[in-house]
Design a protein around this ligand. Structure first.
Ligand code: 4HQ
Length: 226
């Protein structure tokens, strides 16, 4: 799969994409990430990407022109397998189901906003969808784009060592959070690992994990139980 990321801070992505699962997927040729500098599609001496909002108001907006020019020069035509996503606090909430759907695409183009936002014509006439990673305000879409790349990348065939683990985790089949897990030592500062996990009865362990996952979900995410 190929990701395109459009940003005024191309250097921002060096960190997130050069470590861990995403970096290994790129090395293995399972994943390509092309970061595009929005200012490459400006034509004035100051490489202007922002302007003041019509009707007045705080701050500046990303202009539509350079964003349209960037997407249309990378993709003169767009197929069903190529989707454009605008990261925005006004978007539909990005979740694991959305990640699974996006992982089916051949290419995904992520547009990162900055300043107070982006000229609405990008959302209405260029992007296929507008996504938010959560109900809080970031200072730019870059962190949100990195989150989307990370979540989608680990779902691609061949990316994780264990092909099943991406499906098994939280927000998977049962809709519960992962159960608590422990590793050695069994006694850490007097806090013991639950007895059931130590005595090798696999049926008991399975029941304990189910109950513990339910309890954790009830306490931390009652919304997932409806
Ligand atoms: N933004 N999920 C970019 C966000 C955001 C979010 C605020 C988007 C600032 C310029 N993006 N603008 N939440 O908070 O994706």
């Amino acid at each position: 799969m190929t990701f395109h990321v459009l940003t005024i801070f191309p250097e921002f992505f060096r960190g997130p994409f050069e470590h861990g699962v995403v970096a290994r997927a790129i090395e293995a040729g399972l994943l390509t990430i092309r970061v595009h500098d929005l200012r490459d599609w400006t034509h004035d001496r100051h490489r202007t990407v922002d302007d003041r909002p019509f009707g007045g108001g705080e701050g500046m907006l990303l202009k539509a022109g350079p964003v349209f020019d960037a997407v249309e020069s990378v993709w003169p035509e767009r197929s069903e397998q190529q989707r454009v996503v605008l990261l925005s606090a006004q978007g539909r909430r990005f979740d694991q189901a959305t990640a699974r759907r996006l992982a089916e695409l051949k290419e995904l183009f992520l547009i990162c906003g900055r300043y107070e936002g982006v000229d609405e014509r990008v959302a209405s006439h260029l992007a296929d969808e507008e996504l938010s990673i959560g109900d809080y305000v970031l200072s730019g879409g870059e962190l949100a784009a990195a989150v989307v790349v990370d979540c989608v990348a680990r779902l691609l065939p061949g990316v994780l060592g264990n092909e099943d683990s991406a499906i098994r985790e939280s927000f998977g089949e049962d809709g519960l959070l992962d159960c608590p897990q422990y590793t050695r030592p069994a006694d850490f500062r007097g806090w013991m690992v639950p007895e059931t996990l130590l005595n090798g009865n696999h049926e008991e362990i399975r029941k304990w994990r189910k109950a513990a996952a339910l309890e954790k979900t009830r306490r931390n995410r009652p919304d997932l139980l409806q």
